[in-house]
Design a protein around this ligand. Structure first.
Ligand SMILES: [Fe+2]
Ligand SMILES: [Fe+2]
Length: 266
């Protein structure tokens, strides 16, 4: 039976020149992407996934050169493996398009699809309208509806930066009726996202939703604050044609220490 192996990375927040308090503290602790990403890629070289997904916040307000660095890092490690992305609230669309995709720089919303092993991956831009809260525009939903009409594919995987997760509070996706109808139709095989810097597996109207932790730094969402820790990781999700699936979580820095807390703005 055919199997598709999906490496799921999220929230890399690559930013060598970024000097927020969180990034500065992590660098002082010796935790930074240039060190974590090669560890992840060494494992992926062994596991040989069919596709690598990055579900947004690929860089932290990055330049075209930052995106180019990541693209080169992936293609040097796994030259034959496609890398397919969705845009997060910290991504710069024009830099992503020129540095990662080699396309004309443009700030318009990013929608894309690709087919691997007969499965269609559909990337929608949930960050365009708001940023912290995720929203799909009618344009995004039109794109999704059109892609889901393809009768040739074995299944459809939806990529979006924001998780459908009420407990994510001010970081959640704002659900809408059209997406609910599409989810209930059974045409969406799985949902991949990130943004909440934590690893969660859930279902939405019966559809599995895979939320990857950050490859930079995780945080816990508490009632009045975000509590940052130095854990980081990624996951591998495997799907079989009969609908069975499994996830494997890889934690890169399991001895977790809380190093920063940010209160919610009133
Ligand atoms: Fe993020
Ligand atoms: Fe985000």
């Amino acid at each position: 039976m055919s199997v598709i192996t999906i490496a799921h990375l999220s929230d890399i927040h690559y930013g060598p020149n970024e000097n927020s308090q969180v990034s500065t503290m992590l660098r002082e602790k010796g935790v930074f992407v240039e060190k974590l990403l090669p560890v992840c890629l060494e494992n992926l070289k062994i596991r040989k996934p069919d596709i690598i997904l990055i579900t947004g916040d690929i860089t932290h307000d990055g330049s075209p050169e930052d995106y180019q660095y990541l693209k080169d890092t992936f293609s040097e490690a796994l030259p034959d493996t496609p890398v397919f992305c969705t845009i997060g609230n910290h991504d710069i669309r024009s830099s992503f398009r020129s540095g990662f995709l080699n396309e004309n720089a443009s700030d318009t919303p990013y929608y894309a699809s690709t087919i691997v092993k007969g499965y269609q991956f559909i990337s929608l831009d949930s960050s365009y309208e708001n940023g912290l809260l995720g929203i799909f525009t009618d344009e995004a939903l039109d794109f999704l509806e059109e892609k889901l009409a393809d009768p040739e594919v074995k299944g459809n995987f939806l990529l979006m930066h924001h998780p459908i997760m009420e407990s994510a509070r001010h970081l959640r996706f704002l659900m809408n009726d059209r997406l609910e109808t599409m989810l209930k139709s059974g045409k969406i095989t799985g949902i991949f996202n990130g943004h909440v810097h934590g690893c969660y597996t859930s279902t939405v109207h019966g559809t599995p939703q895979f939320t990857a932790e950050s490859l930079k730094t995780d945080f816990d969402i508490l009632h009045d604050r975000l509590s940052y820790n130095d854990r980081a990781g990624y996951q591998i999700v495997t799907f079989r044609e009969n609908g069975d699936w499994q996830t494997e979580r890889f934690i890169l820095n399991p001895k977790t220490h809380i190093f920063f807390e940010r209160m919610y703005k009133k």
